[in-house]
Design a protein around this ligand. Structure first.
Ligand code: HEC
Length: 180
């Protein structure tokens, strides 16, 4: 039979080791928790970095100087040969050939991408022989359309790379978020 004294004594001898075990466990948990936290932070930071890069790319707009004046000059020559017969020298359009300048044009294209304008031009214009413009000529003509519509020129040329083009938003409003 245990006397109360023996019980106290046995508990006294047991408790410290019991606590040590608990502490060991809690230290281990604590370390696991730290690793998990670090891993979560790293994952979060990575996701954030990727999102920033994507957002940075998508955030480019036609207000950022995405073509050069030299390129637009080449585009003007191409435009004169391939487009002006219908859309006119001043881009005002004629008959069914819609205007490519002024409010009508900038309102139609506001919120779309330069890639959309490039694709439409390359795939459907001129309507009697679509697909005949090379990507380089098309991108030069697009640069000319941007210049004529008073989007600022910049120091590097617009490239005919589809990913680049679709990440440039056509807008007169600076860094407006893209239309959903
Ligand atoms: C033979 C006449 C003709 C020629 C040449 C022509 N287009 Fe067009 N274009 C049209 C017509 C017609 C439309 C309207 C098409 C429609 O409503 O679907 C149009 C529409 C467009 C549009 C869409 C305008 C908008 O606001 O939706 C763009 C951009 C365009 N043309 C660019 C060009 C470019 C750049 C060239 C030269 C490479 C060109 N076009 C040559 C007749 C022409």
């Amino acid at each position: 039979m245990y006397s109360p004294d023996a019980l106290v004594a046995s508990n006294l001898t047991r408790w410290p080791s019991f606590y040590d075990q608990e502490r060991g466990l809690s230290i281990k948990n604590n370390r696991l928790f730290k690793y998990a936290t670090v891993a979560m932070l790293l994952t979060g930071a990575l996701a954030f970095a990727i999102r920033s890069v994507q957002a940075g790319a998508a955030q480019k707009t036609t207000m950022d100087g995405v073509y050069t004046n030299e390129q637009a000059a080449r585009g003007k020559t191409q435009y004169g040969q391939a487009c002006a017969s219908c859309h006119m020298d001043d881009l005002s359009g004629s008959g069914q050939a819609l205007p490519l300048a002024g409010d009508a044009f900038t309102e139609t294209w506001e919120g779309q991408s330069v890639g959309d304008l490039f694709d439409l031009t390359r795939n459907t214009m001129p309507p009697d022989k679509p697909g005949t413009l090379s990507p380089d000529d098309t991108v030069d003509i697009v640069a000319y359309l941007l210049q004529f519509n008073k989007f600022p020129a910049g120091s590097s040329e617009l490239k005919s790379d589809p990913d680049t083009l679709k990440n440039i938003l056509i807008t007169k409003k600076g860094n407006a978020p893209p239309k959903q």
